[in-house]
Design a protein around this ligand. Structure first.
Ligand code: F6P
Length: 328
């Protein structure tokens, strides 16, 4: 263990995700276990710039393993993009005698951490936290499993009403640039069609597929659309297009929105958060920096932060095929 690290700072940044609190708890308690001090930095990089920093002992994180959101709050900081902002942040870390940083967030937050390391040689370690599951170097990001369960639960409810009225529903789910939520929740909830940014289905093929569904005897249909899908401008335009071209369909739209980011984390996310937090702190204590901890083949492994930021988390082609077959 590195003798030079005596105090670790932890922050959550970017869009919040269920399991972030469990990860904060894990970082704080792993520090306590190794007799290292831990400081919580509020509102991500914004709080680092303003010096919004508090000491965190193991009892300060009681009763949060089951809580959604993040007790440290989160923000997307415009000032941290500037060298002046980062300098202020560095000065606050020095003033608080913080020797290393655990960043819980997505690729934008990791990019900030990398720049910070480059400028000040400050040790950083990333924990992937975003419901989008769009980070290279981990099979699962924190919050993704919980979000999937939330989405499936809601689509099950939409299915009840869709079926009662013989309607076609477009359900828009989150995923700015990635279709993981749409694809997996779509399969889990039995959607007829799934539209994701990684695969441009095309309007003609969508109509063809809906016509096929109707002809095969289906009375109601659910199409899950990732918010980042490129097929139409937005989900309401998709509805208009289908209504124009298939007047036999009574179409409705449900945009699930931020409810997907809330709620108590699943057991999977809690266990993952606990494992990632331990590995993040212990890796820093071993003198490692500029890595992200992630789950690869059921082991917690390190991936260089740069790779985590630049690499692409690919969509599984087998899942696309399964989804096609299931909608037969
Ligand atoms: O990054 C996670 C995410 O939930 C995306 O899926 C979504 O596009 C975005 O955050 C929404 O962010 P905001 O909190 O700025 O509305």
């Amino acid at each position: 263990m590195s003798a030079s690290i005596k105090k670790i700072g932890v922050l959550t940044s970017g869009g919040d995700a269920p399991g972030m609190n469990a990860a904060i708890r894990s970082v704080v308690r792993t520090c306590a276990y190794h007799n290292i001090e831990c400081m919580g930095i509020y509102r991500g990089f914004e709080g680092m710039i303003e010096g919004d920093i508090m000491e965190m002992g193991p009892r300060t994180v009681k009763n949060i393993v089951n809580k959604g959101g993040t007790i440290l709050k989160s923000a997307r900081s415009a000032e941290f993009i500037t060298p002046e902002g980062r300098k202020k942040a560095y000065e606050h870390l020095k003033k608080n005698e913080i020797d290393a940083l655990v960043i819980i967030g997505g690729d934008g937050s990791f990019t900030g951490g990398l720049v910070f390391n480059k400028e000040f040689g400050f040790p950083v370690m990333g924990i992937p936290g975003t419901i989008d599951n769009d980070i290279f170097g981990t099979m699962f990001t924190l919050g993704y499993d919980t979000a999937l369960n939330t989405v499936v639960e809601v689509i099950d409810k939409i299915r009840d009403t869709a079926n009662s009225h013989n309607r076609l529903f477009f359900v828009e789910v989150m995923g700015r640039d990635a279709g993981h939520i749409a694809l997996n929740a779509g399969i889990g909830a039995g959607a007829e069609e799934i539209l994701i940014p990684e695969e441009n289905l095309g309007l003609d093929r969508l109509l063809e597929s809906l016509k096929k569904s109707k002809a095969s005897g289906k009375s109601s249909s659910i199409v899950v659309v990732s918010e980042g899908d490129k097929i139409g401008k937005n989900v309401f335009e998709l509805r208009d297009y289908v209504e124009e071209n298939m007047p036999e369909y009574d179409v409705r739209v449900s945009v699930l929105g931020h409810m997907q980011r809330g709620g108590s984390p699943s057991c999977f996310d809690r266990v993952l958060a606990s494992r990632l937090g331990v590995k993040a702190v212990e890796s820093l204590l071993e003198g490692k920096t500029n890595y992200m901890v992630g789950l690869i083949a059921d082991k917690i492994e390190l991936t260089p932060l740069e790779q985590a930021v630049k690499g692409k988390s690919k969509i599984d082609a087998e899942l696309l095929r399964v989804s096609d077959i299931m909608s037969t």
